[in-house]
Design a protein around this ligand. Structure first.
Ligand code: ZN
Length: 413
């Protein structure tokens, strides 16, 4: 699958501090001594266009991509499209549309939203359907290993060896597993938390041939294989890795911590003998007017609708950057207007012939970003520069600051 148009991020001449990220298991610092960084970000299930929660998530990993790329590190960024999944089939059936048509239209909309928001595209943007032969090979290998078992026409992954690594209490895990696509109540499973890995064919659903019968894969193994095939290479099933970790970072929204990222880590360990990611990073959830934003509540704010209403994509980007990526936040009617007002002031300052000194502001923004992507502090430094400029300070370079904002924050103002 083609991704979307690339965004040029030049290597910066600034001396950037090393980037520290507060991952799920603690902070990691990425030094500029490495030459590549392997990042896998879980992509959309294409049945409802990009809402602000998606935008906030992909923006988070875009900041990492920009920061490391500008340091001269080659970022190998892979993202998937979960185009085989229950919600997609359910939505397509509801709307009397084919799942392929629905998927293609929503992927196209997602790509145009990502382009508008100036999110750097992945080097590989892979759908489950295009990766099916590799996914089936991996599941067959897990069957040979004895890591999965059959229950009626379905196959389940044995999670029992990994339960001591659960990121939450077992009782909470059971509840959340049921809410996020799992089937803890199903009779006959070895452990209620075992996730389905191969779903025997149900009428009306797409299916593929495999040694486990005709059917389709479960969600978690899809990401394992798309990540490994594209970031480690086709030999990941047959040769040993030189690294303890197969990839450097797996990312997504905080609703993926459990079960999805827990399951992908467990399946990778069973499949390859190695750990999946060195760190896991998660973006907080975006709510609307005090409520959780969700498809079931019907209160999603779509990026495409904001763009259609005439909001500038850079103002949407600014509004999302104004909150720290890791915190849950609320979107309100006033959020976008406040961002618009601040962007107007910054643009007005950037259009002056004489501006306040810029190098100190650039250093402050770089320092804030290096500290776990602290964008609110970075934007405050920018507001202060605007105030200094308005009060008549001089000696700065507009070109230098605009280039830096564009490179590091993706704000083309
Ligand atoms: Zn995933």
């Amino acid at each position: 699958m083609h991704s979307w148009p690339s965004v040029v991020v030049p290597e910066t001449r600034e001396h950037l501090p090393d980037l520290t990220l507060n991952g799920l298991t603690g902070p990691i610092t990425i030094t500029n001594q490495i030459d590549h960084f392997r990042m896998y970000v879980c992509g959309i299930t294409p049945y409802d266009a990009t809402h602000l929660g998606h935008a906030a998530t992909y923006l988070t990993f875009d900041l990492i991509n920009r920061y490391l790329t500008s340091q001269g590190i080659s970022v190998q960024f892979v993202e998937n499209i979960t185009d085989i999944d229950d919600p997609l089939f359910e939505r397509a059936a509801r709307d009397n549309q084919s799942w392929q048509e629905l998927g293609n239209s929503q992927v196209a909309l997602f790509q145009s939203d990502m382009t508008a928001l100036r999110i750097m595209p992945p080097v590989a943007y892979e759908s489950v359907t295009d990766s099916m032969s590799e996914i089936i090979l991996a599941i067959e290998k897990l069957a040979q290993n004895g890591s999965i078992y059959q229950l009626e026409s379905d196959w389940y992954f044995k999670i029992s060896d990994f339960l001591n690594e659960l990121p939450l209490a077992y009782a909470d895990a059971l509840k959340i597993f049921g809410e996020r696509g799992g089937d803890p109540e199903k009779i006959g499973k070895e452990n209620p938390l075992d996730p389905v890995i191969w779903i025997g064919n149900k009428s009306g659903e797409p299916g593929w041939d495999s040694k486990l019968g005709f059917g389709r894969p479960g969600w978690h193994i899809e990401c394992v294989v798309i990540a490994l095939a594209n970031l480690v290479g086709d030999t990941y099933l047959t040769s040993s890795s030189a690294n303890k970790y197969q990839i450097d970072l797996q990312g997504g929204g905080s609703d993926l911590i459990f079960p999805h990222h827990f399951m992908t880590a467990a399946m990778t360990k069973s499949l390859t003998g190695y750990e999946f990611a060195q760190t896991y990073l998660h973006a907080g959830m975006v709510g609307l007017d005090g409520e959780k934003m969700s498809k079931s509540k019907g209160n999603l704010v779509l990026v495409s609708n904001l763009l259609k209403s005439g909001y500038d994509a850079m103002v949407i980007r600014f509004a999302l950057l104004n909150e720290h990526f890791a915190t849950d936040r609320m979107w309100r009617d006033t959020t976008i207007q406040e961002a618009q007002n601040r962007v107007d002031l910054i643009r007005s300052a950037l259009s002056r012939n004489e501006v306040a000194p810029t190098s100190d502001t650039i250093s402050k923004i770089a320092k804030a970003l290096s500290n776990n992507l602290d964008t609110p502090t970075a934007l405050k430094a920018l507001d202060n520069w605007v105030k200094e400029t308005e009060s008549g300070a001089t000696g700065g370079s507009v070109g230098e600051l605009s280039r830096f904002l564009d490179t590091m924050l993706g704000l083309a103002l």
